[in-house]
Design a protein around this ligand. Structure first.
Ligand SMILES: Nc1nc2c(ncn2[C@@H]2O[C@H](COP(=O)(O)OP(=O)(O)O)[C@@H](O)[C@H]2O)c(=O)[nH]1
Ligand SMILES: [Mg+2]
Length: 282
């Protein structure tokens, strides 16, 4: 069985345990708490990796999100240039939703409502298979908007891993390093630096080599990998190897995440089962 299948099996077992305990709780009310705990566990184990795409304004974040999802979604949306983070999530049929600060969710039509200020983020559901294992959170462009996220509320968007986009022609500036280091270590340790706009590097091979040598020194220590991409229309073919490397990194992040969840779910399920049995015994 592959990892995904094992995880689905574990989630199914947790859901069945929740049901069985809920049924048993009518005779043994002490089991209600255990039943709820299994339900919470199933939902946590079932969660996809949440990958944040961060970086300065116009550094190619939304383009990269589109590349990963495989459909030209974000620029085409009425909400493309909002200052709101946008969560790309799996759905069998496409939808766009607004999540408000109050926790309220509203489905949006093509004509976007005017109350953007109270919105916390947008959620876009798409039938793209990568989104089953990875949710993508595309952050708004400006560094000013990024600041509150990193400084006040790093966990506010629940990112598990990140891609930082940096523009090839001026890659990894001091301001980027400062923003990056303000993020939690748990996120930074699961992160990739995507060098975008590689298709517009002027001097060809030698300039790219010089850039790679410089980034190897200055940025490499902060990331698990550096991938060179050109998400622009012109560079699609030229940058293909870098894109493959980026996809491989995202897949490996998702696999590691799934494997951690499986371990956690198994360990906690055992403890919950013991606990439930104790309740019955005592
Ligand atoms: N040539 C080229 N253009 C790009 C690349 N990535 C993004 N762009 C363009 O740069 C502009 C800003 O990109 P966008 O993805 O919206 O940046 P964001 O503000 O970080 O989300 C858009 O017009 C994109 O088409 C790239 O790798 N190469
Ligand atoms: Mg954007």
């Amino acid at each position: 069985m592959d990892l995904e299948a094992k995880l689905r099996f574990a989630v199914q077992n947790l859901i069945e345990a929740e049901r069985a305990l809920r049924k048993a709780a009518s005779a043994h009310p002490a089991l209600e708490g255990s039943s709820r705990a299994f339900g919470r566990m199933a939902r946590a184990a079932n969660r996809p990796l949440r990958l944040g795409i961060l970086g300065e304004s116009n550094s190619g974040k939304s383009s990269l999100a589109n590349l990963l999802v495989g459909v030209a979604t974000l620029p085409a949306l009425p909400v493309a240039n909002t200052r709101l983070p946008t969560l790309l999530t799996y759905a069998p049929a496409p939808f766009v939703m607004a999540l408000y600060e109050t926790g309220e969710r509203i489905t949006l039509s093509a004509s976007l409502a005017a109350q953007q200020s109270a919105m916390k983020r947008l959620e876009v559901g798409l039938p793209a298979s990568i989104l089953r294992s990875v949710e993508i959170l595309d952050f708004p462009g400006s560094a000013n908007v990024l600041l509150p996220v990193t400084r006040q509320d790093p966990a506010g968007y629940g990112i598990d891993a990140a891609i930082w986009t940096t523009v090839a022609t001026q890659a990894w500036r001091e301001s980027e390093r400062t923003h990056w280091l303000a993020l939690p270590e748990a996120v930074r340790s699961r992160s990739v630096l995507a060098v975008t706009f590689c298709d517009v590097i002027g001097g060809g091979e030698s300039d790219l080599k010089r850039l790679q040598a410089r980034l190897e020194q200055s940025a490499r220590p902060h990331f698990r990998e550096i991938c060179y991409v050109g998400a622009g229309d012109a560079g699609a073919a030229a940058a293909a190897p870098g894109e493959q490397a980026l996809f491989a990194q995202v897949r490996s992040l998702a696999r590691e995440f799934a494997s951690r969840r499986l371990e956690k779910a198994t360990a906690i399920a055992r403890r919950l089962a013991d606990h439930a049995l104790e309740k019955l015994g005592g």
